[in-house]
Ligand binder design. Structure first.
Ligand SMILES: C[S@@+](CC[C@H](N)C(=O)[O-])C[C@H]1O[C@@H](n2cnc3c(N)ncnc32)[C@H](O)[C@@H]1O
Ligand code: SF4
Length: 376
């Protein structure tokens, strides 16, 4: 038997944030009832053999899943309960946006068995929230957080973003203080990335704004790890920090290359052999499902070399690193030689203990540069 997760993608948002590359649409909330019909149909007709899997996590992400009303959320959950054995699920997460998650809805979600909340705080600085085109201000963060606790959630994550144009080190340190004062169980701190197709990317390309320099990002990254660790949050992955025993179990499925089902437009799944992607368009997704067709747009067998590279790529982002015994034997020797070469190229960046390789603190700083070199 193997532990597995389920991901559900809710693509609706009230506004499209200027930096966001996730599949989300901002003017289609009226399609929610039809989307729920398509989504539940997709779940009911899932034909993947999961007989050897034990589902222990579910993640309802987006988009803005907190826009989904109680009766619709109940439909999604009861449909999943009918289809799969969910008795072993330990972690059921939903993403919410500050100011877009009514108090009573949060309570109802908790009563339905959702036991982990992930709130997209991003920043506490009004001018940065404005720059990021977030709908919420600082007050909504505190208000929604209080409501989350009031509703009964005892496992809460807050997402933060740093290295934003116009952000000073003092602003970031204040954000870290504010989040520590809120006292969530888990914190994700991402550096802002500019993906092609986003408004942020266009602004940079047109020279209207400049992203912070790499050296600045590096020093803030180190400071983030120091401050959070000092306050009880250990960084178990490059951008993820938690109190003891509050690591995100669902994300660990991704990073440990374990299977997960995926439902909703743009969602991607993995069954241990194949990776697949659903259509990245709500319209196409709904049309395919309503025509009785599969919403999958791409499906690809993970070759042994791809699997090796995924184990290295995801594994080295975790503090525990990777153990050679988990790599496919076909590429083991090549990987070993490569690790030795890279350890010489980047001194004091990778630590080896028996068959385990992991980044040192210095190595974590250069992980994005070193990891591509480690791939075979
Ligand atoms: C796709 S969002 C969904 C959650 C929710 N809608 C929200 O905005 O808070 C999940 C998280 O991804 C992160 N994220 C999205 N785009 C990003 C980017 N370009 N750079 C860094 N982090 C990003 C944000 O921290 C966000 O909270
Ligand atoms: S960051 Fe969140 S709220 Fe903003 S567009 Fe992306 S999914 Fe929607």
């Amino acid at each position: 038997m193997i532990y597995a997760g389920i991901y559900i993608h809710i693509p609706f948002c009230n506004v499209k944030c200027m930096y966001c590359d996730f599949y989300s649409i901002s003017d289609k909330n009226s399609d929610i009832p039809d989307f729920i019909k398509a989504l539940t149909y997709e779940i009911e007709h899932c034909s993947i053999d999961t007989s050897k899997w034990i589902f222990d996590t579910i993640f309802i992400g987006g988009g803005t899943p907190s826009l989904i009303k109680e009766n619709h959320m109940e439909k999604i959950l009861s449909c999943m309960h009918k289809k799969f054995n969910l008795t072993q699920v330990k972690e059921l997460t939903i993403e919410v946006n500050p100011g877009e998650a009514p108090k009573d809805r949060l309570k109802a979600f908790h009563q339905m068995g959702i036991n982990r909340l992930s709130m997209g705080v991003q920043s506490f600085q009004p001018e940065l929230l404005k720059f990021l085109t977030r709908m919420h201000g600082r007050d909504e963060i505190f208000e929604t957080y209080d409501n989350i606790r009031w509703a009964g959630f005892q496992n809460v994550n807050c997402d933060l973003i740093y290295s934003i144009p116009g952000q000073t080190k003092k602003m970031w340190e204040d954000d870290l203080k504010s989040i520590i004062n809120l006292d969530p169980e888990h914190i994700s701190a991402y550096t802002l990335t500019a993906e092609k197709g986003t408004e942020l990317f266009s602004l940079i390309s047109e020279g209207q704004i400049k992203m912070p320099r790499n050296s600045q990002i590096g020093s803030w990254f180190t400071r983030t790890h120091e401050v959070l660790l000092k306050n009880g949050y250990s960084g178990y992955e490059i951008s993820n920090f938690s109190k003891e025993r509050f690591e995100c179990m669902h994300n660990l499925h991704y990073w440990n290359i374990e299977p997960y089902l995926a439902f909703g437009p743009s969602a991607h799944g993995f069954d241990g052999i194949f990776r697949w992607n659903n259509a990245r368009s709500l319209k196409t997704y709904m049309e395919l499902i309503m025509a009785g067709k599969s919403p999958i747009s791409t499906r690809e067998k993970l070759a042994s070399m791809d699997k090796t590279n995924e184990i290295i790529g995801f594994g080295m982002r975790m503090l525990k690193g990777i153990n050679l015994k988990n790599l496919p034997t076909t590429h083991l020797e090549k990987c070993k030689v490569n690790f030795e070469i890279i350890m010489e190229k980047y001194p004091n960046c990778i630590e080896r203990k028996a068959k385990n390789y992991s980044f040192t603190n210095k190595g974590l700083l250069f992980a994005d540069q070193i990891i591509p070199d480690l791939l075979i």
